[in-house]
Design a protein around this ligand. Structure first.
Ligand SMILES: C[S@@+](CC[C@H](N)C(=O)[O-])C[C@H]1O[C@@H](n2cnc3c(N)ncnc32)[C@H](O)[C@@H]1O
Length: 281
């Protein structure tokens, strides 16, 4: 398993009853998690996300919380806040992928251009910029891209080479192909379902293979890595590995579950899967 066990400011205190009790800095949140099918003792927390029958949900607060607050991961700083859809603006399990990409860029010791698709609030973008890469950050949601800019500023990286693009990822990649742009690293973390800024439908099962195939042609002559993450669909790691092997040049290809340690009982909470590709030396 790719285990994100390097956090100090974030912990899964316990999990069960279809939920996870988390510490984000000095704030404790209880959020739904369908993977936590075993039981857990109830514990007090600062806010609980209540799912509603009709989809979505709301937060119930046991104490007043700041609108947002900051947490650190190693030398990075992120702004988190409880949002309408139980999200907090960060996927802590992705830290294992941030570290992997940073170690490859460090080894490479030359300029590295990276394309980050479905890039959300920029967790990976911050990690890549910190390691000296140039990043193209693409996401369909304007507000989310603004949040990414705030995270980059919170990391003190606003002067680094980053391009923010509010667009549909499929359309953007096709345009980059026409323009002849190339990247040394590519990562994507698509949702199961999504929409582009003008309603373009994204459906993981139907669209993933074509998008990865297009992205494979965007790789430079000296590619560094390709990361394919799937956090919701339940696609098995071996599926991600097959997709990478079928679309990318000969290289080292691996895939595994991604997970976070559960402090109280020494268990691990699975949080999707990642496929990782690097060029064979
Ligand atoms: C939950 S995020 C992925 C998490 C992110 N990789 C991270 O670790 O920080 C999925 C993102 O995909 C974006 N999205 C969904 N459909 C899209 C599309 N067709 N084109 C571009 N972005 C899309 C959403 O706005 C959302 O920010």
């Amino acid at each position: 398993m790719y285990l994100a066990d390097g956090w100090k400011d974030y912990t899964i205190i316990d999990a069960g009853n279809g939920a996870k009790l988390e510490r984000w800095g000095d704030v404790t949140l209880l959020r739904p998690d369908p993977q936590a099918v075993w039981t857990m003792e109830d514990r007090p927390c600062d806010a609980t996300y209540i799912r509603s029958q009709s989809g979505g949900g709301h937060w119930e607060f046991s104490r007043s919380l700041p609108e947002s607050w900051k947490i650190n991961y190693r030398d990075l700083t992120f702004i988190v806040r409880p949002t309408g859809f139980k999200h907090t603006g960060l996927f802590p399990e992705q830290a294992t992928n941030w570290d992997w990409m940073r170690s490859l860029i460090k080894q490479r010791q030359r300029p590295t251009r990276v394309l980050n698709l479905f890039a959300y609030t920029g967790g990976a973008t911050c990690a890549l910029l910190k390691e000296g890469a140039e990043v193209c950050h693409v996401d369909a949601a304007k507000g989310i891209v603004a949040w990414a800019k705030d995270n980059v500023a919170a990391c003190g990286l606003s002067d680094r080479p980053v391009r923010y693009i509010v667009d549909d990822c499929v359309k953007f990649v096709k345009r980059e192909l026409r323009r002849g742009n190339r990247y040394d690293g590519i990562l994507m973390d698509p949702p199961s379902y999504g929409r582009g800024p003008t309603g373009e439908m994204w459906k993981m099962e139907d669209d993933l293979f074509a998008l990865v195939s297009d992205c494979a042609q965007l790789l430079s002559d000296e590619p560094c890595f390709f990361l394919l993450n799937s956090y919701t669909t339940g696609l098995a790691p071996s599926v991600l590995k097959n997709v990478l092997r079928l679309t990318l040049p000969t290289g080292d290809c691996d895939a595994d579950e991604v997970g976070l340690p559960i402090q109280r009982r020494g268990l691990v909470l699975p949080c999707g899967a990642s496929g990782r590709w690097t060029m064979t030396n």
